[in-house]
Write a protein that binds this ligand. Sequence first.
Ligand code: GAL
Length: 324
Amino acid sequence: MTTATTFAQQNEIYPGEIWKDNNGNHIQAHGGGIIKINETYYWYGEERSKGLDTNFRYVSCYSSKDLINWKFLGDVVKMADPENLGYRWVLERPKVFYNRKTKKYVMYFHLDDRSYKLARVGIAVSDEPDGNFTYVKSFRPLGHESRDIGQFIDDDGTAYLVFEDRPFGFRIARLSDDYMNVEKEMCLVKAHMEGGAIVHYDGLYYSIGSSLTGWKPNPNKYATATSLEGPWSEFKDVAPPETNTYGSQSTMLLKIAGTKKTTIIFMADQWKPRSQWDSRYLWMPVEIGNGQLQIPQPKPWTINIKTGQWSYIQDGKLTNKPIN
Ligand code: GAL
């Protein structure tokens, strides 16, 4: 028996447009992150739909085999204030790591009160990728302030947290074996940047960060290093600065190592502070190599995740193939 579907399969990614899930709803996975388990990608992010119960914070989860068509798996976190943080407490930028030893899915997120003074990470854990995640604890990683967080999994599988430490810059730190702690600082990058994202490409680490301008976009910048410990190069623009990163803010660099090409996707949010539910995603494959990184002009594009090859789309039309 085939299940009824409500939305046609899509072949392209439209940066900045409404991106619909399998139910035809605008994907709610803001400030998100992606992991791949076997052949499936899981996208976690802030669920900011209209009309949610304001006593709770929500993290949604979507799955996909092609990075284009996403199936809504539900809100894997529906959390009541876990630490007496009070009205308008904050859960942002959830990132999930899968621990092969413990077989647990470990979610990190920015936990705060409404004044953003707490500056901690929270951890929630699940046995399955699609939840539910149970809250475990919160702390300041290695004793430092932590607001925006990013996740980086190196080619050897080692998991790192990138976190913004307001007085100093941003830090890259290795997680403990079971991922339940932040164990070892690799580097303090003395640049005041958030939305931290890192990728390892062709022998070099590239890190991207956004300036501290709240929901307003700014010219995001990148630096390179041969080791996570640094030294990091000076930061340079990822796009013509007057575009303010095409109106977006970094959240992750996703590496697709295909049979013919390795493509790195810049994943970013186009925030709409007064209508958060309508915030958009700007995903673009980057031009990268030899220490250079640039986000090309955002236009509809498609990717073959088997070969890793991507291309722009000319006519930009949706096809009518149903999803099974
Ligand atoms: C941004 C940050 C977002 C959110 C926002 C709140 O700088 O990247 O994740 O915290 O500030 O104003």
